[in-house]
Design a binder for this molecule. Sequence first.
Ligand code: HEM
Length: 218
Amino acid sequence: MKWVIKPIVFLSCLSPLTVLCWRAYFDDLSANPISDITNTTGTWTLRFLMITLAITPLRKITRWNILIQLRRMLGLFAFFYVCLHFLTYIWLDQFFQFEDILKDVARRPFITVGFTAFLLLIPLALTSTKKMIRRLGGRRLNTLHKLIYVAGICGVIHYLWLVKADTQRPSIYAGILVLLLGYRLIDLVRTKSLKTSVAPITAEDDIGGAARAEGYDV
Ligand code: HEM
């Protein structure tokens, strides 16, 4: 099953880029092609971030475990599209003028927050290889990969701040993000309260039992 689903998902993830290349090749982009490329790659970065964040809740609800095996690939596609998005910006928009780029990052808040999201995704991509996963271990990796929540928040703020008038589309992403993060928060609280209610009695907790065994009336 895995060998069928993974290639299908992989090719589907490449389809936004294929469509963009097709439209560029056949001169089907708008009068502002740079804006088309920037907006398409930016939108798909945000969509892949949301899809990656949706995997855990979906798996818990559907108990479809194969979803977990797709999470890494989907997260890496979010990184792939943000790299294209950033490359479009530094190449076609700023012509590799690094001084101007730094000034722009410092001056325009929506660029600052987008750039922050990009930086946060770098360690996640770097630690997604099997070797790094083994070296870091599950617990440390889990903690590090929580950065994706912050990257998602920064990505949505970036979108909200860059639109001038119609905030409908960024607000939809904001709503989806609130749901996805809200689910995790509720899940965390539920697991914690479950753990404390069935926590095993440790030696320290069972001072009373030990004292009773010694014949003390406690
Ligand atoms: C996770 C990181 C990022 C996400 C999720 C993201 C997402 C987006 C989205 C959704 C759009 C608007 C698409 C539309 O209007 O249809 C956009 C536009 C844009 N983004 Fe990003 N972006 C990210 C990082 C960056 C970075 C690192 C830069 C540059 C340093 C950048 C620069 C821009 C620019 C210049 C625009 C076009 C603004 C305009 O239309 O005036 N973004 N981005």
